[in-house]
Design a protein around this ligand. Structure first.
Ligand SMILES: Cc1cc2nc3c(=O)[nH]c(=O)nc-3n(C[C@H](O)[C@H](O)[C@H](O)COP(=O)(O)OP(=O)(O)OC[C@H]3O[C@@H](n4cnc5c(N)ncnc54)[C@H](O)[C@@H]3O)c2cc1C
Length: 375
């Protein structure tokens, strides 16, 4: 009998999994809560790392298409609050050796376009999964629809519903992120477009960061990172209140806040405890943020896609025994993720510390090699 695989969540992890399974001739249905691919803005751009995100795209047969990403987006500058440049990294012209940026929506569309039309069931928000006595799960969706599956993969992100079937790990707040968008920056704000450049800009203060990122569509995404606190998120909606937080910073930098179109969007950034693992249970597993939500310092999407590639490879290698495949995937994933989650927590703490600028310069400065022994 054909194994029925249900993937809860059509983000980067869930779609990569569906695509690679499909290439191996294994069908899977992705249940996604959003109404369509364009229901929600997908946020900023990502850099895909050769050893994780790019490897998963290769397994998905989409590496060639990824070359349309923006290698120049790898350029980044780090400034202090006075606007002085602390670090300026420029990729080699014409190179594709590093971590080119790709807009999240472009990447998601690349994956969606690679799947059969009926692979994604839109507007299916999973609300409950109940183990069936004969194995597998009964799934209930918002609005009362239901489905059955033999294998359930939770790819349903930070606030995963599937996670609670495997672990009671709780989330803790690690930062507050306030986002603004500047549309059509080259035409409307050429000075800011110049300041941000083709990639990323980080202005590092004491316990706070003002960042900006150029997207492929000509918009600039501004992100303000603050230490986690108990203040109501609405506090951060007004640009006036945000500008007060950056009192004393060079006006050429705070202009990024002033130029934001519409009100700011604040949200809490959360993480799971590092080292989270669970005891294997038949017919169910997690990938991506559902499995290991970590501070957003450049690994989450990459690891979500690598999880997908690893799980798909294990299932394809042993389709008759999905539980052994899931076990193999989980053990390797726990071992791979633990140091990455620890590093992400350390970098997040460093970015929002009083000595962040010095720490970051040290982080980006190549350490001198040991002096050669004199004979
Ligand atoms: C500000 C910010 C910047 C980041 N930058 C980077 C970066 O540069 N590089 C990087 O590698 N990572 C980055 N990350 C992390 C990255 O976004 C995530 O780790 C990644 O998106 C995880 O992929 P996922 O598929 O597990 O989850 P998601 O991408 O969150 O996808 C989950 C999907 O599940 C759906 N869903 C949720 N609940 C349900 C439900 N109950 N039923 C059905 N569907 C559901 C959602 O609608 C969504 O489509 C960043 C994160 C943030 C917040």
């Amino acid at each position: 009998m054909l194994m029925r695989i249900a993937i809860a969540g059509g983000g980067l992890g869930g779609l990569t999994l569906a695509r690679i399974l499909h290439r191996h001739g294994i069908g899977a249905v992705v249940y996604e809560r959003e109404a369509s691919r364009s229901a929600r803005s997908q946020g900023g751009s990502l850099d895909l790392h050769p050893e994780s995100g790019q490897q998963a795209l290769a397994a998905a047969g989409l590496a060639g298409r990824f070359r349309s990403a923006r290698p120049e987006g790898e350029e980044h500058r780090i400034l202090d609050p006075a606007g002085r440049t602390l670090v300026h990294h420029k990729p080699q012209p014409g190179s594709f050796s590093g971590r080119p940026e790709i807009d999240r929506s472009t990447l998601r569309n690349l994956l969606l376009d690679s799947l059969p039309g009926d692979a994604v069931a839109w507007q299916h928000r999973l609300v409950a999964a109940t183990p069936r006595p004969d194995g597998g799960f009964g799934l209930t969706f918002d609005g009362g629809r239901s489905a059955d599956c033999d294998v359930l993969v939770g790819a349903d992100g930070a606030r995963s519903v599937v996670r609670s079937l495997l672990t009671d790990a709780t989330l803790s707040s690690v930062a507050t992120l306030v986002e603004l968008s500047i549309r059509d920056a080259d035409r409307r704000h050429p000075d800011l477009a110049d300041l941000v450049g083709p990639g990323n800009l980080w202005c590092i203060g004491v316990n706070q960061i003002l960042a900006a990122q150029r997207l492929g569509d000509g918009n600039i995404r501004v992100g303000i990172s603050l230490r986690a606190d108990d203040r109501h998120l609405d506090t951060y909606r007004s640009k006036r209140a945000l500008l007060d937080l950056f009192d004393g910073w060079d006006p050429s930098l705070t202009a990024l806040i002033e130029a934001g179109d519409g009100p700011a969007t604040p949200r809490r950034i959360e993480a799971m405890p590092t080292g989270t693992r669970w005891a294997h249970q038949p017919g169910i597993t997690l990938i991506g943020d559902a499995a290991h939500l970590m501070p957003p310092v450049g690994e989450g999407a990459n690891q979500a896609m690598l999880d997908a590639a690893a799980l798909a490879a294990a299932l394809a290698a042993d389709p008759a025994d999905p539980d052994s495949a899931i076990r193999t995937y989980e053990e390797a994933m726990f071992t791979r993720i633990h140091p990455i989650a620890e590093m992400s927590a350390r970098v997040q703490a460093m970015m929002l510390s009083p000595t962040a600028a010095d720490d970051i310069i040290r982080f980006f400065t190549p350490q001198p090699t040991e002096p050669a022994a004199a004979y």
